[in-house]
Write a protein that binds this ligand. Structure first.
Ligand code: ZN
Length: 228
C-alpha cells in the first residue's frame, strides 16, 4: 500500500497541481486529504472539484464546515473570517454539495484521519507533545493522520513520553513497529512554518512497516499572490 497524504489545500490551485504532479511522477494513485480544501485561497471551486474528481479520501476541515454552514463564523480570526465570507459567495452548488458530503474523522484498518485532532476534529491544534499525548489516548489505530496546524509534524509514542515534533525540509522516516504515530503532512496551500513551498507526504506500508516521506515542492507562488 502506498498513498499520497495532503492537508490544508486552502484554495491554492497552483500548489495543489504541483503536489498532484509529484504524486503522478511517483506513480501514486491513492490520495488522502485531511481537510480544509477551501478558505483563504482564490480557487475554492477548482480545488474542491480536483479533490472530488481524483477521488481523494478526504475529511472535512473547519473551513470546509464553515461553508457548509455548520460552523460558527465567530470562531475564526478576522482575516480567516473575511476570506471565509468571500469564499462562501464564490462557491458553486456542486462544491457546496461535495464539501457537505465529506465525513469528520474516519478510521481504517490500521490508520485514522482527522482534520484538527482526534479529540476535537475541527478546532484543537496538536502543536505540542502534551496535546499529542492526549490524542494518542483517543486514537484507536497505530497511526493517525491530521492537519489544521499547517506545520509538518511527527509525534511518536509507545506508552512512555511522547517524542518528536516539527519536521523541517524533506524528511524520511521508517516507523518502528512497536511505536504509534501522529503525523501531519503540513499544508499544501498555506504553510505556517516559514517555508513557502507546498508540503505533502508519501506514505508506504510494506510487511507491516510504515515508511513516511515529507516533500516540499516549489510552485508558482506569484500566480497565487496575484490572484489573491
Ligand atoms: Zn487550515
Amino acid at each position: 500500500m502506498k498513498f499520497g497524504l495532503v492537508s490544508d489545500i486552502h484554495g491554492n490551485l497552483p500548489a495543489l497541481e504541483e503536489v498532484l504532479d509529484e504524486f503522478e511522477r511517483r506513480h501514486i494513485g491513492t490520495i488522502i486529504c485531511c481537510g480544509d480544501i477551501i478558505g483563504y485561497g482564490p480557487w475554492p471551486n477548482e480545488c474542491a472539484m480536483l479533490v472530488r474528481d481524483r477521488k481523494m479520501i478526504a475529511v472535512r476541515g473547519n473551513h470546509d464546515t464553515l461553508i457548509v454552514g455548520d460552523s460558527e463564523i465567530e470562531e475564526f480570526s478576522s482575516n480567516a473570517r473575511k476570506a471565509g465570507l468571500w469564499t462562501r459567495d464564490q462557491l458553486l452548488p456542486e462544491t457546496r454539495e461535495f464539501l457537505a458530503s465529506l465525513p469528520l474523522p474516519t478510521q481504517f484498518e490500521n490508520f485514522a484521519i482527522t482534520h484538527a485532532s482526534f479529540r476535537d476534529p475541527l478546532w484543537e491544534y496538536i502543536f505540542d507533545r502534551r496535546v499529542a499525548y492526549h490524542n494518542f489516548h483517543v486514537l484507536e489505530t497505530e497511526i493517525g493522520f491530521f492537519g489544521h496546524s499547517h506545520i509538518p509534524t511527527i509525534f511518536q509514542w509507545n506508552g512512555g513520553d511522547v517524542l518528536g515534533g516539527q519536521i523541517v525540509d524533506d524528511f524520511e522516516l521508517l516507523c518502528e513497529p512497536s511505536e504509534r504515530y501522529l503525523i501531519n503532512p503540513g499544508s499544501v496551500g498555506q504553510p505556517r512554518d516559514g517555508d513557502w513551498r507546498a508540503s505533502c507526504m508519501i506514505v508506504a506500508a510494506q510487511n507491516g512497516a510504515w515508511q513516511v516521506q515529507i516533500r516540499r515542492l516549489e510552485y508558482s507562488v506569484e500566480e497565487t499572490r496575484e490572484e489573491m
